[in-house]
Ligand binder design. Sequence first.
Ligand SMILES: Cc1cc2nc3c(=O)[nH]c(=O)nc-3n(C[C@H](O)[C@H](O)[C@H](O)COP(=O)(O)O)c2cc1C
Length: 192
Amino acid sequence: MDRTAASTPSRTVAGTVVIAAHPQMAQSRVTARLMRRAAMAGPHVDVRDLYALYPDYWIDRTAEQAALAAAQHIVWLHPVQWYGMPPLLKLWLDEVFSFGWAYGPGGDALRGKTLWLVVSTGGTADNYSLAGSHGAPFSDFLPPYARTAALTGLHWMPPLVLHGAHRVDDAALKAFEDRFAAGLSSPTPTPD
Ligand SMILES: Cc1cc2nc3c(=O)[nH]c(=O)nc-3n(C[C@H](O)[C@H](O)[C@H](O)COP(=O)(O)O)c2cc1C
């Protein structure tokens, strides 16, 4: 699906584009808060709320590619759902990371940029262990993201993950939000 005629203008000056995806943003505790924080970061941060931009799932590939082209740092912000990304972000990926643009012959538009995954999970850190209910550390669920970055020449940064999204207290959530904001203002690879 490509709606090139009705481009959504991007306000990216330079720097960072935050691709936020939450199917029920109004009910979000974590993602909505981080998205608001990103929106306050300044003109160098372009926040794109996919479910607000594309309630009909009709993604404007031209506008999305323009937003990515204008940024050096790409952030994916979403709640983990079924061990992966919400459906509209997956569709966005299918549409926007296109052959000949993001990969394949001449597909070098993203090469050298960074990709930072910022997610929350309902499961706790203990749940994400061999003995836990999810049966594996959370890093075991990330190879599709990291390989997508590698295929498109994006530099994969250590993800920022908030486990136990419904259980963490406000102080922990604030601390997480501050780490997110720091990463937005200084988006260089740092140890998690
Ligand atoms: C459809 C759906 C699928 C989910 N799948 C997972 C999952 O695979 N692993 C997990 O830890 N949490 C899962 N969750 C919990 C969400 O990750 C959690 O509610 C979210 O991170 C909280 O962030 P928010 O406050 O922005 O909504 C799921 C939630 C929903 C609604």
